[in-house]
Design a protein around this ligand. Structure first.
Ligand code: PEP
Ligand code: MN
Length: 330
């Protein structure tokens, strides 16, 4: 049960009310509000107290908490505002030269953030697993060189110390989207989180994952849609544009779209990226490579700088158009 005092002055009486209760009650701060959280929804006093308390039945992710779009800043980059934020870079950090070249080129072409995996969740244990800690150091150099913030995937809580100082945003990958101990852990930090949907998860399960982070007190969450497993084999995953529409409608959190993983083929990325922006996403995360044919991870879906440059131009025009003409974003 989630309860919000209508008036902050009521907080003290609320604390008294729950002081001698045996159930677990917790008062937390989120977006400047004091919120009471309890797993016990049978307390008759709290249940009946509509006068002083607002009960949120859905979740902290929901527009029932606030109808204002949530936005937050990483350095100069504001996610969830009017500007479409574009994170770009290779699937995997492969070397210093490769990463610096890609970072400089995507910056020149208009990227706002750099993405790159140092710890890679590969299907096959004999595939390239990423450079690990060395990869994180390379990303830090790319940040130094370009001034752009970095997003990178954390696969294991025990690696968090490598990410803590230099990595600006933690990506929770599709395979870890329901790793509840990792989500709880990130909820206790203040790190911005890019939360992918699990490839076999429904929208409500995805929102449940976000709820784990939010209920720890970390409100800096971006929902990143990356498709789900379907029966189609021509694309790698099924990209349901409607999921972006629904996420924007039911949640106040910024929504990102990853057109690279559902495409699984570089020829489809541009179209899927633009469709996602038309559906109202606030952010794009795209895999771009200096030598796509020879990349060490997700080779078929890495796009060239030329394609990326075209996507940025069209995506920004579409964003402008829908901000002026639609009611559902901004
Ligand atoms: C990635 O971004 O490279 C990645 C592994 O993504 P996902 O978790 O969506 O498969
Ligand atoms: Mn990838």
């Amino acid at each position: 049960m989630i309860l919000i005092p209508r008036n902050e002055d009521y907080l003290e009486s609320l604390k008294d009310m729950i002081a001698d209760s045996t159930s677990s009650y917790r008062i937390m701060q989120l977006y400047g509000k004091s919120i009471l959280i309890t797993q016990d929804d049978s307390n008759p006093i709290l249940k009946a107290d509509n006068e002083n308390l607002i009960a949120i039945k859905t979740g902290l992710y929901s527009r029932d908490l606030t109808d204002r779009n949530t936005s937050f800043s990483i350095g100069n980059v504001n996610i969830g505002g009017k500007k479409l934020i574009i994170a770009a870079g290779p699937c995997a950090v492969e070397s210093l030269d490769q990463t610096i070249e890609i970072a400089e080129q995507v910056k020149r072409l208009g990227a706002d953030m750099i993405r790159g995996g140092a710890f890679k969740p590969r299907t096959n244990p004999y595939s390239f697993q990423g450079l690990g800690k060395d990869g994180i150091e390379i990303l830090e150099k790319a940040k130094e060189q370009t001034g752009l913030p970095i997003v990178s995937e954390l696969m294991d809580i025990s690696d968090f110390s490598y990410f803590k100082d230099g990595i600006d945003m933690i990506q929770v990958g599709s395979r870890n989207s329901q790793n509840f101990s990792m989500l709880k852990f990130l909820g206790r930090t203040e790190k911005p989180v890019l939360l992918k949907n699990g490839m076999g998860n429904s929208t409500d399960e995805w929102m449940g994952a976000a709820e784990y982070i939010l209920s720890g007190g970390n409100g800096n969450v971006v929902l990143c849609y990356r498709g789900t497993r379907g029966f189609e084999r021509r694309t790698r995953f099924a990209m349901d544009i409607g999921s972006i529409t629904v996420a924007k409608k039911i949640s106040h959190l910024p929504v990102c779209a990853d057109p690279s993983h559902p495409s699984g083929n570089r020829d489809y990325v541009e179209s899927m990226a633009l469709a996602a922006v038309s559906a109202g996403c606030d952010m794009l995360e795209i895999e771009v490579h200096n030598d796509p044919e020879h990349s060490l991870s997700d080779r078929e879906q890495q796009i060239t700088f030329d394609t990326f440059g075209r996507i940025v131009k069209s995506a920004r025009k579409i964003r402008e158009f829908i901000l002026e003409n639609s009611r559902y974003v901004g």
